[in-house]
Design a protein around this ligand. Sequence first.
Ligand code: NDP
Length: 451
Amino acid sequence: MEQVVKDEIDRFMRGLIRRNPGQREFHQAVREVIESLMPFVLEHRKYYDAHILERLTEPDRVIIFRVCWEDDHGNIRTNRAWRVQFNNAIGPYKGGMRFHPTVTLSVLKFLGFEQCFKNALTGLPMGGAKGGANFNPKGKSDREVMRFCQSLMIELSRHIGEDTDIPAGDIGVGEREIGYMFGQYRRMENRFTGVLTGKGLAFGGSLVRKEATGYGAVYFMQNMLASRGEGLEGKTAVVSGAGNVAIYCTEKLIASGVKVLTLSDSDGFIFDPDGIDEEKLEWVKELKEVRRGRIREYVEKFPRAEFHAKKRPWSVPCDLAFPCATQNELDGADAQTLVANGLKALAEGANMPCRPEAIGEFRQARMLFGPGKAANAGGVAVSGLEQSQNSLRIAWSRDEVDSRLRHIMRGIHDTCVKWGREKDGHVDYEKGANIGGFIKVADAMLAYGVV
Ligand code: NDP
């Protein structure tokens, strides 16, 4: 990297860290983007002179509020919730809500920032946002989750709307939570409107939304492999997580002839040497989506599998890896192990699951690396399609939505190739995704003048 670029990055990051002290995840996400954008911005002075990077890293607004609710024993409980409305230059704010005890403003700012690029890459008119609460749904009864969601929506409803901000799910927020939040919004507003996505099929949800992030990550992988003349059939894969993204990523991998060896949750991972087949995955769906159990129960049901407590699955040799749990779940040493074991390609199902050192290892190995903002954009893409269906008051068939999803993932892949191809022909998908997403948002911001 040229010295002048390095100096600009250092100057920019010093300012960002000074303005946002202690927000480590946000610093990490911005640095990752700025490192690939800065050479481009310095070459295209219109962005540099208009201070687009400074403006793009400052959210439009952050709403912070208290959520009080009563548990099943009559105790008053207090949580903190946020909505980070990052940038609406190309469309209404759009992004998920996360309920997890590790949620902080820094985590939501990193996610909201990434969301701006991801949404732009889909080609749909959606701005970037993220929200959530430091509420832990694990171990809570349905009634407690309902009371929490209803209480949260009393405040959130003032800040969202079908043309303003359309929240969706994320970690800890699935169809159940969306149902409770949407039900409360509908009751308060006395209007039935597509203000949330990820809704149940009975009340405006879209077919394939539940599957979209996981399926999309596999479609993205398929496109990356095809660029090297390879396919999915016959490969082995390691998947982390056992939630929405991991389950449907696994489902599509199995259907594509891939042997999936692992799944995980925060207690550890399971390794199934025979591969997780359709029948076993149905059992996992029931375990996670209905009984809300733990992945370690898998080995009681399928005794040839092993459970590795408090470990992540990256030591298992595989051709393909799909981190689908959470941020920073794969470090430099994990990446070295994966590469040494013959890894060919990795697609991030989760947001920022690979630490910067891990990405450095993959880059050095000239491996196919699909960054989250491209590889996991299928979820928000189908959320965009859910909004379209709600506005048109129609429901598309499964095939219609799935074929649109495939088409969008292909488009994102091609955008990454367009902006990420290097002199020797290797594609830096991360750089391609950052530049491709940036141009769209930045050009809209330039068109608006100084706002
Ligand atoms: P879920 O809540 O459905 O599942 C999350 C999974 O990750 C669970 O198995 C959970 O285990 C595990 N996990 C969560 N936090 C940790 C942690 N700190 N350490 C270890 N394991 C952890 O969430 P999703 O599947 O929806 O989301 C997973 C990732 O994908 C997130 O990064 C999210 O931002 C991203 N994503 C999701 C999209 C969507 O459409 N849902 C769209 C795009 C990105 P446990 O049950 O033990 O907590």
